[in-house]
Design a protein around this ligand. Structure first.
Ligand code: NAD
Length: 492
């Protein structure tokens, strides 16, 4: 089989009960290549009837799927993993054209997605709960995990190939049915993933795809047939989704936005730290929830470090994501580019020192694309808007701090707590950050603290609403409920 990687593409389709269906809502929007601003596909949103049909098919499929032996359940997952490997290049090509990031970045996120499928294939071991003989006189106790029904995941635009796979493989491996509602901004890669799912041999209704926007999400969250919802997106929406799903009695986990920090101490390898800082803040155009874009530098090395960061940032090649020499691709939409430009203006207005201005970048042959080159501010302070709010663009703010304690204080004042990184040669500094930093993902001499699939992924404070995070073992807990069997068999 071959996946279509050459746009324009047909309108995207829902995948309901094992068949492709055109969404039947009234609204929709173009899918646009961010490097050209040309429409490359169209997504019509789903109607209430489409959602009803998917939930009903999911409930029906769940009856048999949840009773299917676990060893049989993972066979189509192995097949899906194989198909993902075979078609990774094609998926990456599609992803770049509708998202704007580079081919290397697209391949990177797909790799992490595939890893999650691999982890979920270990479900026969991971789903076991526990057994204790002689828990009480003549009594043996056994805990079992059971799947619950139909789950949904609502995912954002920035990792359209990976984030659906934080959830989907675990949901179905544990015996549930699953409905994905991907971002309407780049839904084609989800459609391509489902072409592979269709070929992998899952029974009809076990995994389904529903396109749409706010109304579709709300219909899913209000539906009695949905047992639980996973959400990834901006903080205000994450909070509403969390509240709405919880009010409807559902399990819910909602990952929100972020504002992440890097600390650089005087014992750090400054060249290495500068490379990783620019990579962390600017990869994927800065459109990452793990982008560390506020850099807290010990004052003794502040000037030296700033020079290095300016040098590395200046050397970045801005261009079309399919072009191999591109380091930083296009931002998702013109509106988003405008938003990032407004943040840059706020940095200037609030008195930060503009060290590098990426606003005038021109990309030959792609004059209509949403491009911004890295923009650096020095002399940032914690009260500035650019130090507090998520920018989601290639903008870095550098702040001088007296020492590691002052840096941790600034970091912990943030409303967000998704990630942080420390560059240091000191074990004592590293220990301090591990113990005191209030963030869910911490990197030491690692610019982007992205956990492998067998570890959980999730933040704290306004970056996360819920308790169980994405990926790995947390997903098994999220997708199952536990029952304890208490057995006594006295001699006759
Ligand atoms: P978004 O909140 O605009 O949209 C996310 C999803 O929610 C989409 O599927 C969208 O259709 C739906 N949606 C949008 N508005 C809604 C509403 N009012 N009610 C119900 N559903 C709604 O987010 P985005 O712009 O697609 O993604 C970027 C955001 O996601 C950033 O803030 C980023 O930090 C965050 N993010 C967080 C993580 C994490 O792990 N914490 C990971 C990736 C992205």
């Amino acid at each position: 089989m071959t996946l279509n990687t050459t746009p324009p593409w047909d309108d995207v389709q829902n995948y309901i009960d094992g068949s492709w269906q055109t969404p039947s809502g009234d609204d929709g929007q173009d899918v646009v290549n961010p490097a050209t601003n040309e429409a490359i596909s169209y997504v019509r949103f789903s109607s209430t009837n489409d959602v009803e049909a998917a939930v009903e098919a999911g409930q029906k499929a769940f009856e048999e799927w949840s009773e299917t032996p676990v060893e049989e359940r993972i066979q189509p997952l192995f097949e899906f993993k194989q198909l993902l490997e075979e078609h990774q290049d094609e998926l990456a090509q599609v992803l770049v054209q509708e998202h704007g990031k580079t081919l290397a970045e697209a391949n990177g996120e797909l790799r992490r997605g595939i890893e999650n499928v691999e982890v979920a294939c270990g479900i026969p071991s991971m789903m076991q709960a526990g057994h204790l003989p002689n828990a009480a006189p003549d009594i043996d106790e056994t805990a079992v995990r059971k799947p619950l029904g139909v789950f949904t995941a609502i995912t954002p635009f920035n990792f359209p190939g990976m984030i659906p796979l934080w959830y989907l493989p675990y949901a179905v491996a544990t015996g549930n049915a699953f409905i994905l509602k991907p971002s309407e901004q780049d839904p084609v890669v989800a459609q391509r993933l489902f072409e592979l799912i269709d070929a992998a041999g899952f029974p009809d209704g076990v995994i389904q795809l529903i396109h749409g926007s706010v109304d579709t999400v709300n219909t899913l969250l209000d539906h009695d047939g949905i047992e639980g919802a996973s959400f990834v997106g901006s903080t205000p929406v994450a909070k509403t989704v969390y509240e709405r799903a919880a009010a409807n009695g559902k399990r819910v986990q909602a990952q929100g936005g972020a504002k992440n920090h890097i600390i650089v101490t005087e014992t750090a390898d400054l060249d290495f730290a500068a490379e990783k800082t620019v990579g962390s803040a600017c990869a994927c155009g800065g459109e990452r929830c793990l982008a560390n874009d506020i850099v807290l530098v010990e004052e003794s090395i502040y000037d030296k470090f700033v020079d290095r960061v300016v040098q590395v940032a200046n050397a970045q090649e801005i261009g079309y994501g399919l072009d191999e020499k591109t380091d930083i691709g296009a931002l998702i939409t013109q509106e988003h580019e405008e938003r990032v430009r407004n943040y840059i203006q706020s940095g200037i207005d609030e008195g930060a020192e503009l060290l590098l201005d990426g606003r005038d970048v021109k990309v030959e042959d792609y004059e209509d694309g949403n491009f911004l080159a890295p923009t650096l501010f020095g002399g940032v302070n914690p009260e500035m808007t650019i130090a507090q709010e998520e920018i989601f663009g290639p903008v870095i703010g550098l702040m001088s701090v007296s020492d590691i304690n002052a840096a941790i204080d600034v970091m912990n004042q943030s409303d967000f707590g998704n990630a942080a990184s420390l560059f240091t040669g000191s074990g004592a500094d590293a220990r301090k950050v591990r113990h005191q930093a209030d963030a869910g993902n911490l990197g030491v001499n690692a610019g982007t603290a992205a956990p492998m699939a067998f570890f959980h992924f999730g933040g704290r404070k306004d970056s996360f609403f819920g308790d169980l995070h994405a990926q790995g073992e947390d997903m098994i807990h999220f997708y199952t409920d536990k029952t304890v069997y208490i057995e006594r068999w006295p001699d006759a």
